[in-house]
Write a protein that binds this ligand. Structure first.
Ligand code: FES
Ligand code: FES
Length: 236
């Protein structure tokens, strides 16, 4: 128990001082005792536990890495990836090709669209290991690297002012590039009137349906449709 020394008041009336001394001393002693009792649990709580602390949790071991070979925009890549790595993350984080955008990361926006072995896919919905040996084209691979010229669809997007912020544009460009090839190959869509016959031209409805997996929050849809239509007509 702690003791509190009470200084004597030399100016006080000796008589009255003596008179109050016993009760005052008792009061101060009681108060000190109460304070010590109250503080004791707190002081105890602030002390580190006397018993030995439980051992720290064992760190989980990293997932094993797997070699993944991809040809991206004509260049060979060999990456060491966890099996759970999406193709989108492999492109952005390991191949440093950040043109492909991560919008929703759950297959809803189309910002991550790339072309794998000629087919457009949402790269956030597929694992990189599933594309071992495949040829991937991203927005960085659409232009002609030799002539340093933009692809027809890239030029058309500029001519038709088919973007505002541009976040969705890499996915729109890859999607439109594959769309035109799909149409020329005779693939039907939900908007095709008679799936037995390829329509002679892509109508606006056809383009809207075939591009419906690519969301543009800036609402540049009319200009995107116009750009795609221009290229489709010239390629038909
Ligand atoms: S990021 Fe892949 S669909 Fe949105
Ligand atoms: S241009 Fe901004 S989201 Fe499409």
């Amino acid at each position: 128990m702690r003791h509190i020394n009470v200084p004597r008041n030399s100016n006080a009336d000796p008589e009255s001082s003596e008179a109050i001394k016993p009760s005052r001393r008792r009061f101060l002693q009681s108060a000190a005792a109460a304070a010590a009792v109250t503080a004791a649990p707190l002081a105890h709580a602030q002390q580190p536990a006397a018993t030995s602390a439980p051992p720290p949790p064992t760190p989980t071991t990293a997932a094993p890495l797997m070699p993944v070979k991809l040809t991206i925009n004509g260049h060979a890549y060999e990456m060491q990836l966890e099996a759970r790595t999406t193709l989108l993350d492999a492109l952005r984080e390991y191949a440093s090709l950040t043109g492909t955008k991560k919008g929703c990361d759950r297959g809803q926006c189309g910002a991550c669209t790339v072309i794998a072995n000629g087919r457009r896919i949402n790269s956030c919905l597929t694992l990189a290991v599933m594309h071992e040996g495949e040829s991937i084209v991203t927005v960085e691979g659409l232009a002609n690297a030799q002539t340093l010229s933009l692809s027809p669809i890239q030029k058309a997007f500029i001519d038709h002012d088919a973007f505002q912020c541009g976040f969705c544009t890499p996915g729109q460009l890859c999607s439109a590039t594959a769309l035109i090839d799909e149409f020329r190959a005779g693939d039907a869509s939900a908007a095709t009137a008679d799936v037995r016959y390829r329509p002679p031209q892509l109508s606006d409805d056809e383009i809207r349906e075939r591009m419906s997996g690519n969301i543009c929050r800036c609402g540049a849809y009319p200009n995107i449709v116009a750009a795609v239509k221009t290229v489709a007509i010239n390629k038909a």
